[in-house]
Ligand binder design. Structure first.
Ligand code: SIN
Length: 286
């Protein structure tokens, strides 16, 4: 098979054309997809009318799947490999626990010592307009830094916290925030990560980073804000507008992403994500 690819933006991403991820796929065919995944950082598969089981099976080709023990409220009870990102209220009318999942720049599971290598998000419902997702190329962000800044951050570790800040700010998620702190203590991750497969350096920062190891929040804040603003400049970013039956796969080791609040919250936005386990990185900070 020769894979047909269409670039999605200058910065990153490619659409994989004419592939049905629900169909059996040879090792060679998947090998081409995996190569494209490493080369482009994110892959878009359009028109994938697959079952939940097929979504999970295809995701397993990328590696072992997380059963989301560190986010127990957010996974589907019937399929723990699927993490829900939905604003659909609970049966008792209270807000969904995952209403604001992903609304900050982040790389999945960076707040654990086994951060995800990749994720595959399937769209079930999006509002009439908006509900888009932004992706940033963290290789490009790193490469564009001055030598002085590269030297400054070379040995820094960022302390990543789990939790959904926006939900807590709304007053609806205090209990969940407390639970998250118990299950997921703060984790220090290198600010510059070497991708284990490509060997390239990427920035590993985001809005879950509270401070740098050995520094106060006040000291760390300006540099964290600068690095996030730098990494998310339009020239490093692709904005995905979801269509029915899209599946987007991304490499968490060299990209970060953010679900936008660019829509009418009274309309349903429902996505489901598989999370592929990565290699150990970072350490718990006590
Ligand atoms: C996520 O952060 O995994 C979810 C992104 C999205 O819902 O667009």
């Amino acid at each position: 098979m020769t894979l047909k690819l269409r670039k999605l933006s200058y910065a990153l991403g490619a659409e994989v054309c004419d592939v049905d991820v629900g169909k059996p796929m040879s090792e060679q065919a998947f090998g081409e997809i995996y190569r494209a995944f490493l080369d482009h950082g994110i892959l878009l598969f359009r028109g994938q009318d697959v079952t939940r089981e097929q979504h999970i099976e295809f995701s397993r080709r990328f590696g072992e799947l997380d059963r989301h023990d560190s986010l127990p409220r957010d996974r589907r009870k019937d399929h723990p490999e699927l993490l829900m990102v939905t604003n659909e209220p609970k049966p008792d009318g209270s807000p969904s626990d995952t209403k604001y999942t992903g609304r900050q720049w982040h790389s999945d599971m960076s707040f654990t010592t086994v951060p995800s290598m990749g994720s595959l998000l399937r769209r079930y419902a999006v509002p009439e307009v908006g509900g888009d997702t932004l992706f940033a190329n963290m290789y490009m962000a790193y490469d564009a830094l001055s030598d002085g800044m590269k030297k400054l951050i070379a040995n820094l570790h960022g302390i990543h916290l789990s939790g959904t800040r926006k939900l807590a700010n709304d007053g609806g998620g205090v209990e969940r925030q407390e639970e998250q702190k118990r299950i997921n203590p703060p984790v220090a991750q290198p600010v510059v990560r070497v991708h284990p497969e490509t060997g390239r350096k990427a920035l590993y920062i985001g809005e879950k980073v509270k401070r740098f190891e050995g520094m106060t929040e006040a000291e760390s804040r300006p540099l964290i804000a600068w690095l996030v603003a730098h990494a998310t400049k339009p020239e490093f970013v692709y904005r995905h507008q979801w269509r029915r039956n899209d599946i987007v796969a991304w490499d968490n080791r060299c990209t970060m992403h953010q679900a936008l609040s660019d829509f009418d919250e009274t309309q349903l936005r429902h996505m489901e994500r598989t999370t592929v386990l990565g290699t150990p990185s970072g350490y718990v900070v006590t």
